[in-house]
Design a binder for this molecule. Structure first.
Ligand code: FES
Ligand code: FES
Length: 158
C-alpha cells in the first residue's frame, strides 16, 4: 500500500492505494466519488471520464498512483443543483439526459474540450465525445445541449 495525495474537486484528497488499483476504483470505493460511473472498465465507454490536470481521461485506464500531486475534476466539481455549470444547466433544460449513466463522463469530457476549443463546431463537438457512449442513444439532444452550452459559455466571456 502507498499513500498518495491529490486535489479532488478543489479539496485535498489523501488515500492509501495498492499500486495496481485504478483511479476509477479508488475514486468510487475509497473516496465515495460515485458520481464517476463505471461501465466497461476497459476504456470503451467513457462513463468513467474525469479531468486530470485539464485533460479528460478514462479513469478506468489510469492507475490511482498516476494522480499523485495532480488535480482531478469530476462532474460534482463542475457544479451542483444550486450552482450548476452552464453545461449541466443546459443539459437539464434541453432534456439531454435519459438514464444519466453516460452524462457525468459526457459533461467532463465536454468541459475539458470546450476549455480548449470554445468555438468548436457541431462536428467537432460530436468528435470530442466520440469516446463517450450513450446506451440510451440520446446523441441528438446531447449534441444539441453541448452546442447550446458552448454558445452560452462563449457569450458569458464576451
Ligand atoms: S468504464 Fe472506463 S471507459 Fe468504460
Ligand atoms: S442517458 Fe442513458 S446511457 Fe446516456
Amino acid at each position: 500500500m502507498r499513500p498518495i495525495e491529490f486535489t479532488l474537486n478543489g479539496a485535498r484528497a489523501r488515500v492509501t492505494v495498492e499500486p495496481h488499483e485504478t483511479l476509477l476504483w479508488v475514486l468510487r470505493q475509497r473516496l465515495a466519488a460515485t458520481e464517476v460511473k463505471s461501465g466497461c472498465e476497459r476504456g470503451d465507454c467513457g462513463a468513467c471520464a474525469v479531468v486530470l490536470d485539464g485533460r479528460a481521461i478514462n479513469s478506468c485506464l489510469a492507475l490511482a498512483v498516476q494522480a499523485e500531486g495532480k488535480s482531478v475534476l469530476t462532474v460534482r466539481g463542475l457544479g451542483g443543483p444550486e450552482a450548476p455549470h452552464p453545461l449541466q444547466a443546459t443539459f437539464v433544460e434541453l432534456g439531454a439526459a435519459q438514464c444519466g449513466i453516460c452524462i457525468p463522463g459526457m459533461l467532463v469530457s465536454l468541459y475539458a474540450f470546450l476549455q480548449e476549443h470554445p468555438r468548436a463546431t457541431r462536428g467537432e463537438i460530436r468528435e470530442a465525445i466520440g469516446g463517450n457512449l450513450c446506451r440510451c442513444t440520446g446523441y441528438q439532444k446531447i449534441v444539441d445541449a453541448a452546442e447550446a452550452a458552448a454558445r452560452r459559455l462563449v457569450g458569458a466571456t464576451e
